[in-house]
Design a protein around this ligand. Structure first.
Ligand code: GLU
Length: 467
C-alpha cells in the first residue's frame, strides 16, 4: 500500500514548533517513500478553533516549504460521517446506548474515589435492555470495548507498548447531542483518508490504544504508529513559553531562515551519524521514522543560532537582499530605491559572515543605505573626537586615489605612515565616519561599496561633527 501520512493540527493558536516538527517528519516520510502527505484541520472544537489559526498553520507550513497533497480536510465538515460510523457500530452490537445521567456518573466516580479505585465507567448499560431506559434521558453511544486481554501497539518509536483492556472503559463515541467524540473522529478520518502511518507527538500514545479498539470494532485495518517524544526546553522540562517562542511565526520574525528551522527540527529527535548540517534533499533521502530516538530532545537556542549563521552564509546575496530589504525599510520607515538595493547587494558578501539572524543582518546593513549625514552611535562619536583634521585630510587624499580595495588599503597605509600614525588611528575614525559604528566589515570593502563620492562626503560630514 502506498505510504499516506497526515499532519492533523487543532487550529487553536499558531503553528507550534513541536507541531512543525511533527509535520516535517510526516512530510519527509512521505517524500522519502514517494507517498502522500495530507493535511487535516481538527476543528471540531468550534469554541476554540479560529480561522486566523487555520491561516497561521497553513502559512507556517508554506513558509517551511512543507507542501501538502490535495486540499486540507476540515474535520468539522465530516461530523455526519463520524456519527454514521457510531451508528454502524451500534447496529452491529459493538456499541450501545448508555442512559446514565450526569448525576449517576458523578456518584459512580465518587464511590470509586472513596474506595481508592481508578475512575472508569463500569459498563452499567453494556448489557442492559434499552427498554429499561429512563424517560427523558438522551443517551450517548459507548464502544463495547474488550474487557479481557490486552491492546498492543507496535510503535515505530516507542517499541511494543500494551495496556490491559480491563483498564480501559467503554469509551463514549457519540455524545447525547449527536456529535462524535475526538477518538472516533480521528479514526474515521484516518481510515477515509487512507492513512497508512500515523506519526505524531507521544502525548497521543494513550489515544492510540482507544483508537486501536475503535478500528478493530469497525473491522478496519489499524495504521502503523510512530509516537515521537515531545520537545523539551534546555532545562529538560516540556517546552513552554518560559523557554522562548513557541510559534513558528515568531522564529520567522526573529530572522531565522526556513531551511535553518527545517534542519534544526529534523535534528531534534532524529540523527544521521554525526551530521549536523543536512540539506532537505539529504533529509528526504535518509529519513526513516525508525531513526527517531525515544528520549525527548532538548531545544538548544545557541545551536539554532549557529545553524542559522551557516545558512545565512550559504544563501545568495540576491536572496538575502530580498529578505533583508523589507526589514531595513521597516527600521528606517521608508522604502529603498534601486541604488540603495544595489549597495546592499554589493555589501552583502562582507556582512553575511557576521550575522546569526536576519534581524542582525538588517541592523548591520543599515549604514549602507543611510542618508547623510548618518547618525553615529556613542562609540563612533568617541572614535572621531579629535580626528577632524585627519578625516578632512583623508577626504582630500581620496579625491585622486584609484578606487579599489587594494589601492585604497595601500593609500591608507601610506597616509598613516606619512603622519606618524598607526593604521588603526586612521581606520577607527574612518570606520566610525562611514558606518556610524565601531564594528563593521573590512573598511576597504565598505569604501568600494559606498563609492568615492559617498565616502568623501561621509568623511566631511564626520570631520565637521568632530570639530
Ligand atoms: N489534533 C491533534 C493535535 O493537535 C493531533 C491528532 C493526531 O495527530 O492524531 O495534537
Amino acid at each position: 500500500m502506498p505510504v499516506t501520512v497526515r499532519f492533523a493540527p487543532s487550529p487553536t493558536g499558531f503553528l507550534h514548533i513541536g507541531g512543525a516538527r511533527t509535520a516535517l517528519f510526516n512530510w519527509l516520510y512521505a517524500r522519502h517513500h514517494g507517498g502522500t502527505f495530507r493535511l487535516r484541520i481538527e476543528d471540531t472544537d468550534r469554541a476554540r478553533s479560529t480561522q486566523a489559526a487555520v491561516e497561521a498553520i497553513l502559512g507556517g507550513l508554506s513558509w517551511l516549504g512543507l507542501d501538502w497533497d490535495g486540499a486540507p480536510v476540515m474535520q468539522s465538515q465530516r461530523i455526519e460521517r463520524h456519527a454514521e460510523a457510531a451508528r454502524r457500530l451500534l447496529a452491529a452490537g459493538r456499541a450501545y446506548y448508555c442512559y446514565c445521567t450526569p448525576a449517576e456518573l458523578a456518584a459512580m466516580r465518587e464511590r470509586q474515589r472513596a474506595e481508592g479505585r481508578s475512575i472508569r465507567y463500569e459498563g452499567i448499560w453494556r448489557d442492559r435492555d434499552p427498554r429499561e431506559a429512563p424517560p427523558g434521558v438522551e443517551p450517548v453511544i459507548r464502544l463495547k470495548a474488550p474487557q479481557t486481554g490486552e491492546t498492543v501497539i507496535r510503535d515505530h518509536v516507542q517499541g511494543e507498548v500494551s495496556v490491559a483492556n480491563a483498564q480501559l472503559d467503554d469509551l463514549v463515541i457519540l455524545r447525547a447531542d449527536g456529535t462524535p467524540t475526538y477518538n472516533l473522529s480521528v479514526v474515521v478520518d484516518d481510515h477515509d483518508m487512507e492513512i497508512t502511518h500515523v506519526i505524531r507527538g507521544d502525548d497521543h500514545l494513550t489515544n492510540a490504544f482507544r483508537q486501536t479498539q475503535i478500528y478493530r470494532a469497525l473491522d478496519w485495518p489499524v495504521p502503523e504508529f510512530a509516537h515521537v517524544p515531545l520537545i523539551h526546553g534546555p532545562d529538560g522540562t516540556k517546552l513552554s513559553k518560559r523557554h522562548g517562542a513557541l510559534g513558528v511565526e515568531a522564529y520567522r520574525e526573529m530572522g531565522y531562515l526556513p531551511e535553518t528551522l527545517r534542519n534544526y527540527l529534523l535534528r531534534l529527535g532524529w540523527s544521521h551519524g554525526d551530521d549536523e548540517i543536512i540539506s532537505t534533499e539529504q533529509a528526504i533521502a535518509w529519513f526513516d521514522i525508525d531513526g527517531v530516538g525515544r528520549a525527548a530532545a532538548r531545544f538548544d537556542f545557541a545551536k539554532l543560532d549557529s545553524l542559522n549563521g551557516h545558512y545565512i552564509r550559504s544563501t545568495s546575496d540576491e536572496r538575502l537582499v530580498e529578505l533583508v530589504a523589507p526589514r531595513i525599510e521597516h527600521l528606517l520607515g521608508r522604502s529603498l530605491d534601486g541604488a540603495a538595493r544595489a549597495r546592499l547587494q554589493a555589501g552583502m558578501a562582507g556582512l553575511k559572515p557576521r550575522a546569526k539572524t536576519l534581524v542582525q543582518l538588517a541592523q548591520s546593513a543599515r549604514f549602507y543605505v543611510a542618508v547623510r549625514p548618518i547618525a553615529l552611535d556613542e562609540k563612533a562619536e568617541r572614535a572621531i573626537a579629535g580626528a577632524g583634521a585627519t578625516l578632512r585630510a583623508l577626504a582630500a587624499e581620496l579625491v585622486g586615489t584609484q578606487w579599489s580595495a587594494a589601492a585604497l588599503e595601500s593609500r591608507l597605509r601610506g597616509f598613516a605612515e606619512e603622519r606618524g600614525l598607526t593604521l588603526g588611528a586612521v581606520a577607527q575614525p574612518l570606520r566610525a565616519a562611514l558606518t556610524g559604528s565601531t564594528v563593521s566589515p573590512p573598511i576597504f570593502e565598505i569604501m568600494t561599496v559606498l563609492g568615492r563620492e559617498e565616502t568623501i562626503a561621509r568623511l566631511e560630514d564626520a570631520a565637521a561633527m568632530a570639530n
